[in-house]
Design a protein around this ligand. Structure first.
Ligand code: ZN
Length: 137
């Protein structure tokens, strides 16, 4: 079995107030966010922090029908998804779909931080929302 999974790209954290969460994370990590970005297709504002080789992505909903707003209503703030860097997202989507994983997206979408992204439903991963990311820089 061949896989193009390379590493954990980031951990996504759902927050209800990104400005206040940025202050909390800046104080905790001792660094400022390096990027804040609106992703209209996903209805979110994102803010990224570097932690060594790793990244934390804060996500705030910009509309009440966004997945982040629904997540916070259901489960409150906190860890929302684990994102993996893959070298070939279409290949991984096909491989995982063929293996019975439930993909939320049928095509990769433009995500935050110069990535093509696609999500795998938590139902098929043991309860955690999984994001696949392929760098498009
Ligand atoms: Zn993410």
């Amino acid at each position: 079995m061949t896989s193009s999974f390379e590493k954990i790209e980031h951990i996504g954290i759902a927050v209800s107030d990104i400005a206040s969460a940025e202050i909390t994370y800046s104080k905790m990590l001792g660094v400022e966010p390096y990027k804040r970005e609106k992703i209209f297709s996903q209805g979110v504002i994102t803010s990224f922090f570097k932690v060594g080789d790793n990244k934390i992505e804060l996500l705030q909903a910009i509309s009440p029908d966004s997945a982040i707003a629904k997540h916070i209503l259901k489960r409150g703030e906190g860890i929302h998804h684990i994102a993996y860097l893959v070298s070939d997202i279409r290949k991984e989507m096909k491989r995982l779909s063929d293996a019975g994983y439930l993909l939320i997206d049928t095509e990769p979408m433009q995500g935050a931080d110069n990535m093509l992204v696609a999500f795998i439903h938590p139902k098929s991963t043991g309860g955690s929302l999984v994001e696949l990311c392929e760098s498009v820089v």
